[in-house]
Design a protein. Structure first.
Length: 299
């Protein structure tokens, strides 16, 4: 990858995929942000830019003058790199996984804050496939109710079915009021980027067709050898049980080879938090923000 040396940055581009994939393969991530799919698909919403420093890929997000940084990608002295950038910018590093935070726990010049809103939900893959036990009674009942009311077929999503999925996404966006919500507009752009590069990104995707039209979709990929990460789960408005049915049909086909399912974060949105909690996570992939302790003292 032709990446400028820090402090110069350039925007993330599709040609960077091979380099990021190699870095993630060498050090398999636990947090959901670290797939090239996520970074590229959300590149415009977060204004992702990259640079090199001491052998690391440095990932910056945000507007000029108000940057935030992600965990440096690569091998070496990450603490040294983080402290230099914090000293230079007086900014912060965000969404730092707990395993990496441990590197800084004894350095009192670094202040760490738990970021609950951006921490990922982790589930047992088999729990979500089987939905066994009383705690999943509600999910099984919703699926049973959906199956009793609707005749549907599950279809794997390929490049041939992408136009149908895009039409569904546009309808979903109208129903949800994307025109009045920048966050939903950004999400819609990210979904469309994933669909445009379905094969390039090696994504697993499935959909439900009800009465001849696509009414639900799920998109995921391998985060690490043990974990499937769910990027997209959508269902048509007014069809009770369609989300639960879509999710279970997809996982039954795509998650059997994984130990865990990562459902990403809730962003502090109460409805998302309730929805993800209702599937009974076995753990949270805890994330933290890092800043200089001297900056905290000024607040």
């Amino acid at each position: 990858m032709n990446i400028p040396d820090y402090p110069r940055f350039r925007h993330l581009e599709l040609k960077d995929k091979a380099g990021f994939d190699a870095a993630f393969k060498a050090r398999p991530p636990e947090n959901s942000e670290y797939t090239f799919t996520n970074l590229y698909s959300w590149r415009n919403a977060h204004n992702f830019r990259i640079a090199r420093l001491d052998g690391f890929i440095i990932l910056a997000a945000g507007l000029a003058g108000h940057n935030e940084y992600y965990l440096p990608i690569g091998d070496g002295d990450a603490l040294k790199v983080i402290k230099k950038i914090l000293s230079d910018t007086r900014s912060r590093f965000m969404r730092i996984p707990e395993a990496a935070k441990a590197l800084f726990d004894r350095d009192h010049s670094i202040h760490a804050v738990y970021d609950r809103d951006n921490s990922d939900y982790l589930f047992s893959a088999q729990d979500l496939i089987k939905l066994e036990g009383r705690k999943y009674d509600g999910k099984r009942n919703l699926i049973k109710n959906f199956k009793s009311k609707f005749r549907y077929e599950y279809i794997p999503v390929s490049e041939n079915t992408v136009p149908e999925i895009l039409r569904f996404q546009d309808v979903w966006c109208v129903e949800k009021g994307c025109g009045q919500s920048k966050s939903l507009q950004d999400e819609s752009s990210a979904v469309k980027a994933m669909l445009a590069h379905l094969g390039d990104f090696s994504l697993n995707a499935g959909a439900l067709r009800v009465n001849g039209r696509i009414c639900a979709v799920c998109i995921a990929e391998s985060l690490n050898p043990q974990t499937l990460v769910i990027h997209v789960l959508k269902g048509a408005h007014g069809m009770t049980g369609i989300y639960q049915t879509m999710f279970n049909e997809f996982l039954s086909r795509e998650a059997a080879g994984f130990s865990f399912v990562n459902m990403e974060q809730d962003l502090g949105i109460e409805g998302l938090r309730r929805s993800k909690d209702s599937y009974h996570p076995i753990a949270m992939v805890r994330k933290f923000s890092l800043s200089l302790a001297s900056e905290k003292a000024k607040i």
